[in-house]
Design a protein around this ligand. Structure first.
Ligand code: M6R
Length: 608
């Protein structure tokens, strides 16, 4: 989704902005632009399409400018075009603004400004911000921005500059991330710390309704009542931000292959073997509330929703909790009765997903305990929650989530283990779960060593236009996640179903051109899945089964199998999804798709 990068200092700004834009590309975008100021004049260049087209337009530029703002846009209001790309500007071309998020009341503001004589050129909501600042400007940019913000409804991260105000950048956060980077006599602002990583490891994460004012010698942060705030400077490990494919053809493939390490990072230092329990520092402040909690609601979107669905089965298995999992975009509008006896757990890779954030805010208003499982350190969700656990999996650049999904599943198990041990789970059971978790990295390595065989199977199936994925219990969400991986990166139609639902509709789709991927590993419902597979075979449907090594009955029915090692049924989805990720990847690669940046998708969905 949209990305912001800004710089003020002594270095030439255009190369810094361009580098930042490239680092933000993975978020998904359709146009890009920048505005810099030199000798009191604004120089603005915008382009539809790739950052490389913007770069081409700048190839003749000899600008020596040392401050400016830049943006990658993912269209919400107005088609992707050069005119609608950011920066947006006012009538006199002096104010330039970049914006992430949505201004909900932009039409009424636009009408008011048109009455005052402002002329608009774009279809964007962002343009009203530039005109408002222009309207309120009397030499003091900071004041003009503050006054303009008062008028805006919606979620936004904004950066503004004015050609009459040398080297000053004013940024504001409300609902869309803004991070300040601190250098030596130079300051940065960005919507994502990945863009700042090569320049500084000192960062400040703005909270909602905070404004930062940067110039080449100092910075300060204020709230919107104009009071200066003292904010903690975070020291971020910049090594984990390397945007390097490390020899892999795509980030997605690299991230799939990183899973033995990211799983290990998820549990390292977080288990006490001698006591058969987990230890999660981030949850310690709320552990007394948690152990007596009666109800847990897990909220999340997309792949994180599917890990939350598996989480429901895990918590039901290991704890006494009453658990629900809900898509955050639905949860936020339901009339739920929440109170302090309900814990709401948000799961999010980015920590910035607008629906998940809004759902959490709703839960907070109703007094629930807010928890998070988040990969993005210091992002908006962990700022809002009472307690939580980080994935520590490094950035996930491929739009299709892979390594964070499996890491989320490990963390969900660790949380359930922690609560379960307070609620009657035996030491032996706790120890058994820990032993199984510790084996996962090597088991994943074993699956990854079969990548060549999985590729051959994927190529064989790449000729089909439709796929059904089926699974039951712990692996019903695995089926949905497998289908999501395939559709989002290869654009092939795929549906994930609870296998028990086959006879209630989807079986009518089955024929020799509509293959099924059946998740048929060893658990309580394996026999049931086998019956579903027989029904598919009886209708000439082809079956690719994910099963355990040595599972003879599945082998007899399926056309093709991919075998994975055995683990506890509640951990089996972690292993089962790896071949499904590879299967989707190799099909998409065969079709020549843009795997790391699939069409229409964004890595971080910061608008509703
Ligand atoms: O950052 P989040 O985990 O909150 O993101 C949620 C979804 O947008 C995300 O999982 C999306 O579905 C991915 N494209 C899945 O691969």
């Amino acid at each position: 989704m949209c990305g912001i990068i800004c710089y003020t200092g002594k270095k030439k700004v255009i190369p810094i902005l361009m580098d930042g834009l490239k680092r933000l590309e993975y978020r998904g975008y359709d146009s890009a632009g920048l505005a810099v100021v030199e000798n009191g004049k604004t120089f603005m260049v915008k382009s539809k399409g790739k950052v490389s087209s913007l770069e081409a337009k700048l190839s003749d530029s000899s600008s020596e400018a040392t401050f400016g703002i830049a943006h990658t846009r993912w269209a919400t209001h107005g088609k992707p075009s050069e005119i609608n790309a950011h920066p947006q500007f006012g009538c006199n071309n002096k104010v330039s603004v970049v914006h992430n998020g949505i201004i909900e009341n932009y039409l009424e503001i636009k009408e008011e400004l048109i009455e005052k004589g402002h002329e608009f050129t774009s279809d964007t909501d962002t343009e009203v911000i530039a005109h408002l600042i222009e309207q309120n400007f009397n030499g003091d940019l900071e004041r003009a921005v503050l006054k303009s913000i008062e008028k805006l409804d919606g979620a936004f991260g904004i950066a503004a500059i004015h050609s009459d105000v040398d080297h000053k950048i004013v940024v504001v956060k409300r609902g869309s991330p803004i991070i300040i980077g601190i250098g030596e006599n130079e300051y940065f602002a960005a919507s994502d710390s990945t863009a700042l990583a090569p320049y500084t490891n000192q960062m400040i994460y703005l909270s909602d309704d905070e404004m930062a004012v940067l110039n080449s010698t100092e910075y300060y942060i204020k709230n919107l009542s104009n009071e200066v705030l003292k904010k903690k400077v975070e020291f971020v490990d910049s090594d984990i931000y390397t945007n390097d494919k490390k020899g892999f053809e795509h980030f997605m493939l690299k991230e799939i292959f990183e899973q033995p390490e990211t799983i290990e990072n998820a549990f390292r230092g977080r288990i006490i073997e001698s006591e058969g329990v987990s230890k999660l520092g981030g949850l310690e402040p709320v552990i007394d509330r948690l152990k007596n909690m009666k109800k847990l609601i897990i909220i999340s979107c997309g792949t994180s929703y599917y890990s939350g669905l598996i989480g429901r089965y895990i918590f039901e298995e290991l704890t006494e909790l009453n658990v629900e999992t809900e898509v955050a975009s639905e949860f936020r509008y339901r009339k739920l009765k929440l109170d302090k006896n309900v814990a709401v757990l948000a799961i999010s890779q980015s920590g910035e997903t607008a629906d998940t954030l809004a759902a959490l805010k709703e839960a907070k208003r109703k007094g629930a305990l807010l928890l998070g499982i988040v990969n993005g350190v210091g992002t908006s969700i962990p700022q809002l929650t009472d307690a939580g656990v980080y994935n520590h999996a490094g950035p996930e650049i491929g739009v299709a989530s892979t390594k964070i999904y499996t890491s989320q599943l490990v963390i969900l198990t660790l949380i359930a283990l922690l609560i379960g041990r307070y609620q009657g789970m035996s030491f032996t059971e706790g120890k058994e779960i820990i032993n199984a978790i510790k084996k996962l990295p090597d088991q994943i390595r074993e699956i990854l060593s079969n990548a060549k065989m999985i590729k051959e199977i994927a190529l064989k199936y790449s000729v089909y236009n439709d796929f059904l994925y089926i699974g039951r219990l712990f692996n019903f969400p695995t089926a949905m996640e497998g289908a999501l991986k395939l559709k989002e990166i290869s654009y092939i139609h795929a549906e994930g179903y609870a296998a028990g639902e086959m006879k209630h509709g989807p079986i009518s789709l089955i024929d020799e051109n509509f293959p099924t991927v059946a998740i048929a590993t060893d658990d309580l419902v394996l026999e049931k899945i086998l019956s579903n597979m027989e029904e598919i075979k009886a209708r000439d449907g082809k079956i690719l089964a994910i099963t355990n090594e040595g599972e003879k009955k599945v082998k007899k029915i399926a056309d093709d199998i991919i075998a994975v090692p055995r683990t506890l049924p509640l951990l089996q989805p972690i292993l089962n999804v790896i071949p499904l990720q590879l299967f989707a990847y190799y099909i998409a690669d065969e079709k020549g798709c843009n795997i790391d940046k699939p069409r229409n998708l964004a890595k971080s969905v910061t608008v509703e």
